[in-house]
Design a protein around this ligand. Structure first.
Ligand code: B12
Length: 329
């Protein structure tokens, strides 16, 4: 594949198509499995399917056996379809990306207290890796988690936290932000659970007081908005993306509801508005983080009608671990 960056100049954004070797060739690579043994007939079937997809100059790179009765293909071909890149407008989270030191300094200077952030994987969902990536000290992809921010009081409640229990804790702990992770999307359970949380929050008058953020591999910002959340984050999100959004949203809301000008806005007059230097390496938080847990709530695993199911069994250790951790703090 040619690596000539001067080719970028010839990109036609009105008629954007995939790039393979020559600008505008429309080359794509696709990979799929057919439920038949590898054979000349299977190969022909794979090529015919690609033709039906509208591909031209089809080149079959490999046909491999993928288990008994299955064959896997990697095929190249050129597509004719284009999209008008200039007409694409995506609804996305609006915030200025900042680093941890800067965010800590902004909270210290302009808010003067720690922001309380509760995170949980809700409903039956036992996939904690996503919320851990955002919250845990060690963080994700070289980006420290929210627990490491000196001016965030970040508490990870773990998996299978019931919406009602999450809101009870939010009231008790005076949460500023609730982070919800949804990974399982079967039968649109993520949408139902997210909407249910906001419905309950509205009944309790919490929807304007707390910033609600959803996340997960199939969560998008528009989907989160549709569910009544304030923002949604998907695949590849880093903790600092979330922390950056939190402070922007917190200060915007404070301006809107309390009339305190947002010092981060470009036209802010406050001379502390622009943080030029990051604070030195933060010391461990002086006040130990309060321990909270959703322990009074019977876990979904034990309530589940399918309690003998694999999902319920696997969920328990994760929930126990989170409770233990919260107790330790
Ligand atoms: C590990 C895993 C498990 C582990 C979970 C262990 C744990 N403690 O988390 C175990 C084995 C328990 C498990 C169980 C099940 N799993 Co599973 N699992 C996975 C797997 C392989 C990886 C998920 C993962 O850890 N990703 C890594 C993290 C870092 O990525 P992430 O979650 O996307 O998080 C990032 C972003 O999305 C975002 N993010 C996520 N949450 C949040 C929250 C906020 C607030 C923000 C801002 C951002 C954010 O930030 C993160 C970092 O960038 C996936 C397949 C896959 N390859 O993705 C299947 C998968 C998620 N599981 C699946 C299924 C079906 C199940 C089971 C139902 C299987 C079964 N029949 O028992 C059970 C369900 C149990 C339950 N009650 O929930 C399906 C889900 C299908 C669907 N869309 O509904 C998947 C996709 C596999 C598949 N292809 O079928 N699973």
């Amino acid at each position: 594949m040619s690596n000539d960056s001067s080719q970028a100049k010839t990109v036609d954004l009105k008629r954007l198509k995939p790039y393979g070797d020559i600008m505008g060739d429309g080359t794509i690579q696709i990979c799929f499995t057919l439920p038949v043994e590898p054979s000349p007939e299977a190969r022909e079937a794979a090529i015919m399917l690609c033709e039906k997809m509208g591909l031209e100059s089809i080149k079959l790179a490999t046909m491999e056996k993928a288990g008994e009765g299955f064959s896997m293909f990697v095929i190249y071909g050129n597509m004719k379809q284009t999209v008008d890149f200039t007409e694409i407008h995506v609804v996305k989270v609006e915030s200025t990306k900042r680093g941890r030191d800067e965010i800590d300094e902004i909270i210290k200077t302009h808010i003067g207290r720690k922001l309380v952030v509760l995170g949980a994987c809700t409903g039956y969902d036992a996939h904690t890796v996503g919320i851990d990536a955002i919250m845990n000290m060690k963080g994700y992809a070289g980006d420290y988690g929210l627990e490491r921010y000196q001016w965030l009081d970040a508490r990870n409640l773990g998996a299978q936290v019931l919406n009602e229990e999450l809101l009870k804790l939010a009231i008790r702990e005076k949460a500023d932000v609730i982070l919800v992770s949804k990974v399982v999307t079967q039968h649109n359970i993520h949408v139902r659970d997210l909407k249910d949380l906001i419905k309950r929050a509205k009944q309790l008058g919490l929807d304007k007081k707390i910033i609600f953020v959803a996340g997960g591999p199939r969560v998008t910002h528009p989907l989160a908005l549709e569910c009544g959340f304030d923002a949604g984050f998907g695949v590849g999100t880093k903790p600092s993306d979330v922390a950056s959004y939190i402070i922007d949203e917190f200060l915007n809301r404070r301006e809107e509801f309390e009339g305190i000008p947002n010092p981060l806005k470009a036209n802010a007059t406050d001379d502390t508005a622009l943080i030029e230097k990051p604070v030195p390496t933060p010391k461990p938080a002086s006040s130990p983080k309060k321990s909270i847990s959703a322990k009074k709530t019977p876990s979904r695993a034990s309530q589940s009608p399918t309690k003998k199911g694999q999902s319920a069994k696997k969920a328990k250790p994760a929930a126990k671990k989170a409770k233990k951790k919260a107790k330790k703090k």
